[in-house]
Design a protein around this ligand. Structure first.
Ligand SMILES: Nc1ncnc2c1ncn2[C@@H]1O[C@H](COP(=O)(O)OP(=O)(O)OP(=O)(O)O)[C@@H](O)[C@H]1O
Ligand SMILES: [Mg+2]
Length: 452
């Protein structure tokens, strides 16, 4: 217990050749809850720095066997994130000016104002912690998120960053989004990026199992619990022990079972059907639904107390038609995947086909897109997938088939601008380039058409 506490104290290296000065600084820092280690020379500093880690350093600019700036360079070769305060005597600032300007370190003139020093030190350590946290996050994302997940839009990138941040916790996550948007994919990703990754991921589809069976599926039963219950059967919650339970289509869970799940979440235990011994599995709960669950809560169709328990972290995946960049990248990825799978040499879509992909509504989202493209790959005899393989929105005028589009130019222009802006993730410079417009012209049109 106490060992852990000591570890959590930030450790500061204090390098000053004046004995009294370094002892004063170290003593002050110890009183403020830091671990401070005072040394008197460059050599000593380098020695101790290779032995143990530090969160920050306070360095005197002038040292008997070198100077603080060079020492800092050496220390940073070992720990690139090391933040430092350089102490300068009156008149010495010009020597340190370059380092100060480049933001390589903070500096303070002697005599040292201790309160001010502590403030700067706290800021340096905060910054370091954020740097380290970001690096860990990045590594988690890079190692845990397979490259075949398409995330080109800011919305999807933000979702992946939430995944990386929540994965290592046991916080319940609810994932909402239309059918086929990738809810199960994201929930598996959370599991894979978590410390539970070597334990089971058990999915339960609450909509697919008859109401009467969900309970025994979830909780299991003892012999004799009901007619036909001959042997003890372990439920899915118990099966997932140490791992993750994915409650899919949670919005379809009958009210009676909502109450039973809530009780398990509150007590951390349940009884197998017909059982008398409590079971306490260690599971993380991820749930998903394509229904508007907050509205169901308002209408009393879903228990609010259960909703608040499941909803600690919520992730909403927007439909694919609102993520044009992901849409096009997914389309190309599936084209390449299925072309390989079916031994075809299909390399791309025609411009018309791509246009149709962007126009179509994709109510079935990524799953529908995947199916459409696989079918196209199987059926197409050409090197490019043409528009005939992409579904047409009901009621959409197929102008190429002779029906004239009678809208005023303004309407067409407005729609086209929206589509391109969407494609560029709202980046106006990029959109202007594609549209062949000057940025200011595009900006005026955006205002004129009341977009955004
Ligand atoms: N961003 C993505 N990158 C790559 N593949 C994706 C992406 N999103 C979804 N998919 C793929 O689309 C298909 C549908 O995803 P998933 O089953 O996770 O959707 P869902 O939201 O659970 O759907 P439903 O509501 O119908 O259960 C899967 O094959 C999945 O791998
Ligand atoms: Mg699903």
């Amino acid at each position: 217990m106490s060992a852990k506490k000591i570890q959590n104290k930030p450790t500061v290296l204090v390098v000053d050749d004046e004995y009294q000065q370094r002892e004063l600084l170290a003593g002050f820092l110890m009183k403020k809850g830091y671990t401070a280690i005072p040394v008197g020379s460059v050599t000593e500093a380098e020695e101790i720095f290779t032995e143990r880690g530090f969160d920050a350093a306070i360095l005197d600019l002038r040292l008997p066997d070198g100077n603080g700036i060079e020492l800092l360079k050496k220390l940073r070769a070992i720990d690139p994130d090391l933040g430092a305060i350089m102490l300068t005597a009156y008149g010495d600032i010009s020597t340190a000016a370059e380092g100060i300007r480049s933001g390589a370190f903070d500096f303070m003139e002697k005599p040292v104002d201790l309160m001010y020093l502590e403030k700067i030190l706290a800021a340096i350590i905060d910054k370091r912690n954020i740097l380290i946290e970001n690096r860990i996050l990045k590594e988690t994302i890079e190692t845990a998120i397979p490259s075949d997940i398409v995330a080109e839009t800011n919305e999807m990138k933000e979702i992946l960053s939430v995944v990386a941040r929540v994965a290592h916790t046991d916080a319940p996550v609810i994932i909402t989004g239309e059918s086929g948007t990738g809810k199960e994919l994201i929930s598996r990703l959370i599991h894979k990026a978590s410390d539970r990754k070597d334990k089971p991921f058990v999915a339960i589809n609450c909509a697919a199992i008859p109401e009467t069976l969900i309970e025994s599926e979830l909780f299991g039963y003892e012999p004799g619990a009901f007619t036909g219950a001959k042997k003890r059967q372990i439920g899915k919650l118990e099966l997932a022990s140490g791992g993750t339970v994915f409650l899919d289509e949670i919005g379809d869970l009958p009210l009676l079972l909502q109450a039973k799940i809530l009780r398990f979440l509150e007590d951390g235990q349940f009884y197998r059907l017909g059982g008398t011994n409590p079971v306490r599995p260690d599971v993380r709960i991820i749930s998903a639904t394509n229904r508007e669950i907050d509205i169901m809560v308002k209408n009393g169709e879903f228990r609010d107390d259960l909703f608040y328990r499941l909803n600690l972290i919520s992730i909403n995946i927007p439909p694919i038609r609102q993520r044009s960049r992901d849409l096009l990248h997914l389309a190309k990825k599936f084209l390449a995947d299925f072309s390989r799978k079916h031994g075809k040499n299909i390399t791309d879509f025609t411009t018309e086909a791509r246009d149709k992909i962007l126009r179509y509504g994709w109510r079935g989202n990524v799953r529908e897109l995947k199916n459409v493209i696989e079918r196209a790959i199987i059926l197409s005899r050409k090197e490019l997938i043409g528009p005939e393989f992409i579904p047409t929105e009901e009621g959409e005028s197929t102008s190429s088939k002779g029906e004239l589009d009678l809208r005023p130019l303004e309407d067409v222009e407005r729609e086209h601008i929206i589509r391109i802006l969407d494609y560029c993730d709202g980046n106006q410079s990029e959109a202007a380039r594609i549209l062949g417009l000057h940025r200011n012209t595009l900006r005026n049109k955006i205002k004129e058409y009341g977009l955004q």
